[in-house]
Design a protein around this ligand. Structure first.
Ligand code: GTP
Length: 230
């Protein structure tokens, strides 16, 4: 397990909340189909829906930078220490075996995992399979996973082509995008897509079409013309 030991299971952790989410008006419709009559309607949420999302990936791939970019809309160069004052709790277990059980406990608790590699680092990409193995072992089976190839602004140092990321994501049936914590490209989209998926799962009515996270991401990418300069 030499490779796993070098992975440094460092996780940034944040929660997303949806204040006063109301179900679609169709839920209150008087017309009740047979399937609706048999299936109890989803609960009405007057309170916030809180979801836990963890950022995972090798040390230095940019987890904290991504979180800071999402939270503050800016890039702060240089490495962060384990905890930064941005109102989120950052968990940094620094590969120490004695903290493994803590990390695993957080997997179990997570609703979503943003799994990062660095497009300039082949080893961080190669370790993704090991991360996925660990995730599948410890996380809930329905956890939302998204693969992110970060540092997309560093095209001259690129070690992993975008289609390699896409292929790996397809193999594991997870959505994928390249991000840059530096330029901010796709950062909001990554977090928003995961949040939307979780929200729809929570308030989804069985008779409604499912939210398609892949389609949402592709549509948003096209809208923003985000990736044309990679
Ligand atoms: N050019 C560029 N540099 C980045 C990007 N994201 C992070 N970095 C840099 O990469 C280094 C590591 O970033 P961190 O955010 O500390 O990475 P981390 O994954 O949280 O690292 P650990 O805390 O060790 O797990 C820092 O020097 C960042 O400034 C990016 O998108 N583009």
């Amino acid at each position: 397990m030499e490779r796993m030991e070098s992975m440094e299971p460092i996780s940034a952790y944040y929660t997303t909340a949806y204040p006063e989410i109301q179900p679609d008006s169709t839920y209150g419709s008087r017309e009740t189909t047979e399937s609706q009559a048999m299936t109890p309607p989803p609960p009405t949420y007057d309170e916030e829906l809180v979801h836990k999302t963890i950022l995972v990936g090798d040390s230095g791939v940019g987890k904290t930078s991504l979180l800071v970019q999402f939270d503050q809309g800016k890039f702060i160069p240089g490495s962060f220490s384990a905890t930064v004052g941005i109102g989120f709790t950052i968990w940094d277990t620094a590969g120490q075996e004695r903290f493994r059980s803590v990390t695993h406990a957080y997997y179990r608790d997570a609703h979503a995992l943003l799994l990062l590699y660095d497009i300039t680092s082949k080893s961080s990409f190669d370790n993704i399979r090991a991360w996925l193995t660990e995730i599948h072992e410890y996380a809930q089976s329905n956890v939302v996973i998204m693969l992110l190839g970060n540092k997309a602004d560093m095209s001259s140092d690129r070690a992993i082509r975008r289609d390699e990321g896409e292929r790996l994501a397809r193999e594991y049936s997870v959505p994928f995008m390249e991000t840059s914590a530096k330029t901010g490209v796709n950062v909001d989209l990554a977090f928003t897509a995961v949040a939307k998926e979780l929200k729809h799962r929570a308030i989804q009515h069985p008779s409604e079409p499912k939210f398609q996270i892949h389609e949402y991401i592709e549509a948003q990418k096209e809208k923003s013309g985000c990736c044309s300069y990679f």
